[in-house]
Design a protein around this ligand. Structure first.
Ligand code: C2E
Ligand code: CA
Ligand code: CA
Ligand code: CA
Length: 274
């Protein structure tokens, strides 16, 4: 596992440490937050690389306490060690699908799903039932799975991704390049989309090496009929370069930060009369 330390910009984060009491307290607070509606999804646009037209959004969790807004990096890793992540994830899937039902058919939403939940059989019925109840076309929902999970139990992971895909939802391999990426992923993984990690995207203008990696990933992914999304696009210069390289979809601060859903809908003309 020593490999991760050899790259200064690696996003492979060490486990968050916390004393058990504080951790239990945080988990209880999270459970409560979910119950009282303090956990919400913010939406960040994913745009067409050439035309910058809206293609959909990534749903990102935010915790609105009475006095501040807390980002997922402060609690998601802790949550993932406890049962509460199950409730949080089912909530995220259901609210994203409910949102899709109100948006135009051509828009999609991506939801992040933690490793251990992907292996939870319940996910199949949660996804299926949500799509069914809201009458949403399955292909409009994308499940983002971080690449790091593939190492745990590749066989089971493969099966489970295959089952999800059978429901018609899209699978996206998140944070590509930060974990233990292997070329065999391109051959073996049933995924529709590769998300190039923002560490490569932000470095590609300064570093020929990162540029070469981005180019190679785009080329390979296209050979396997996968769509390529670049995340962390912060300048128009990078956006243009990615588009020239054939990248399909862009996401990043240069277009918008993750926005509260009402703001997103207003800004993109999706708001409906109440
Ligand atoms: P991620 O899935 O890699 O999401 C992308 C992160 O990059 C988000 O951070 C987003 O706000 C940020 N970002 C977007 N554009 C830019 C940019 O141009 N520059 C930079 N520097 N950053 C950008 P966020 O919202 O803080 O989320 C952090 C992580 O928390 C996510 O990383 C994801 O792994 C996790 N997460 C968020 N929501 C959920 C959720 O509902 N479930 C689970 N299991 N994990 C979640
Ligand atoms: Ca993601
Ligand atoms: Ca990512
Ligand atoms: Ca990430």
């Amino acid at each position: 596992q020593a490999r991760s330390s050899s790259r200064p910009y690696d996003l492979y984060q060490p486990q968050q440490e916390m004393d058990p009491d504080a951790e239990r307290k945080l988990v209880r607070k999270l459970e409560n937050a979910l119950e009282v509606g303090e956990l919400q999804l913010h939406y960040q646009p994913k745009v067409h690389a050439k035309y910058h037209s809206l293609m959909g959004a990534e749903a990102l969790l935010r915790w609105h306490t009475s006095d501040k807004l807390i980002g997922p990096n402060k609690f998601i890793q802790i949550a993932e060690r406890h049962e509460v992540i199950t409730h949080i994830t089912w909530f995220a899937i259901k609210s994203a699908v409910a949102r899709l039902a109100r948006w135009p058919e051509e828009l999609s939403i991506a939801v992040n799903v933690a490793p251990n939940l992907l292996l939870n059989d319940q996910i199949l019925s949660v996804v299926h039932d949500a799509l069914d109840i809201y009458g949403v076309t399955p292909g409009r929902l994308t499940i983002e799975v971080t690449e790091r999970v593939m190492i745990d139990d590749p066989q089971v992971m493969l099966q489970q991704l295959g089952r999800l895909r059978k429901l018609g939802v899209k699978i996206s391999l998140d944070d590509f390049g930060t974990g233990f990426s292997s070329l065999s992923y391109f051959r073996d993984l049933p995924v529709d989309e590769i998300k190039i990690d923002k560490s490569f995207v932000s470095m590609m203008v300064e570093s020929e090496k990162d540029l070469a990696i981005v180019k190679a990933v785009i080329g390979l992914a296209h050979n396997f009929s996968m769509r390529v999304v670049a995340e962390g696009v912060e300048t128009m210069d990078i956006a243009r370069q990615l588009s020239d390289l054939g990248c399909d979809v862009l996401q990043g601060y240069v277009f918008d930060k993750p926005l509260p859903v009402e703001v997103f809908e207003l800004d993109y003309g999706l708001a409906r009369d109440a």
